[in-house]
Design a protein. Structure first.
Ligand code: NAP
Length: 305
């Protein structure tokens, strides 16, 4: 539609797509700016989603596509562009992107989060040569091989379960003696014969010439070092919010945009939804809830203009 939008939604993960659905139903003049060619965000690289109500066991990619199709069916408008900053000094905000600038009364930031890096020797040098951050994307390259997953959260456990179906052996290297991920996932993991959990251990360096050959881990309790011979290392040590372009525009806490359940940020007319917002639980179901809440807050804000 163009002109001055009622709302510009930045990001097309579950939060952004839910916001797009609610915006269309509220008949707002809305546009979704997405950085990637395919909508869906982190859910796209999830092998299986088992806790989204009504869709038990659905593939992450399929769920992402369903969200997008739902938004499309209502007439949501999408544009592929990369947001550089928001200029928010007047009642009309300007979302400045690499390709274009969009004028709008409100903005919903739903830029999500990306995987965190370990920062150990070999990680950067061997990225794409055996070091990966996405088991569902790259797992197939390691059929009948030995791999390690680093981390103890939901993603690390899911990755280890996924890889166990392809690989001869999978190590799960975790820095404590207890996993953080969901108990139901832990139960599945503990039942697998070809997964060895390397407890109380941190990765020190990834070794290899042109391709990964081994991972050196150190036991945090004993100081003992162990070299694991393997071909792949999957890093799943959490996420960092995609928020650096909004620094100085909205208040943040450890990189997350400070906002409550109404998704209102410190800057009037700018809302934050999904993983990029300060919140206790980051799941698909809470991201889509944010999308709905953010549009409701946008509507309330627009009536006060
Ligand atoms: P996470 O829950 O933050 O877990 C990160 C894991 O990496 C933790 O076990 C942490 O250890 C470990 N870790 C962090 N920094 C490390 C370092 N420098 N060296 C070694 N280990 C390190 O992250 P996530 O698993 O990526 O999940 C992200 C979010 O998505 C979470 O909120 C999660 O619940 C959600 N999610 C949910 C589902 C689901 O419900 N099925 C699926 C996927 C993701 P400590 O435990 O010692 O802190």
């Amino acid at each position: 539609m163009g002109g001055i939008y009622d709302v510009v939604i930045i990001g097309s993960g579950p939060a952004g797509l839910a916001a797009a659905i609610y915006a269309e139903r509220a008949e707002l003049n809305a546009i979704v700016i997405e950085k990637n060619v395919v909508s869906g965000g982190q859910v796209l690289t999830t092998y299986e989603v088992d806790n989204y109500p009504g869709e038990k066991g659905i593939g992450g990619y399929d769920l992402g596509m369903k969200f997008r199709e739902h938004a499309d069916s209502l007439g949501a408008e999408f544009v592929e562009d990369e947001v550089i900053r928001i200029e928010a000094d007047g009642p009309v905000k300007r979302v400045v992107c690499a390709g274009d600038t969009y004028e709008t009364k409100t903005v919903i930031i739903a830029t999500g989060a990306s995987h965190r890096k370990l920062g150990i020797p070999g990680e950067e040098e061997l990225a794409g040569m055996g070091v990966s951050y996405c088991a569902t994307c790259d797992g197939a390259f390691f059929r009948k091989k030995t791999t390690a997953v680093i981390g103890g959260g939901d993603v690390a456990i899911e990755d280890a379960i996924f890889l166990s179906r392809l690989c001869e052996k999978v190590y799960l290297v975790h820095r404590r003696d207890e996993l953080r991920g969901a108990k139901s996932l832990q139960k599945k993991l503990f039942s697998l014969d070809n997964v060895e959990i390397v407890w109380d251990s941190v990765p020190e360096r990834i070794q290899g010439e042109d391709k990964v050959e081994s991972l050196v881990v150190s036991n945090v309790k004993t100081g003992e070092k162990r070299e694991l011979k393997l071909q792949g290392v999957f890093i799943a040590v959490g996420i960092t919010p995609n928020s650096s372009m909004f620094e100085g525009t909205v208040e943040m806490e450890n990189g997350y945009i400070k906002a409550g359940e109404d998704c209102a940020s410190s800057c009037p007319g700018i809302f934050a939804a999904g993983d990029v917002r300060t919140k206790a639980l980051r799941q698909i179901v809470t991201a889509v809830a944010d999308g709905a809440n953010a549009i409701t807050s946008v509507e309330r804000y627009l009536t006060q203009l």
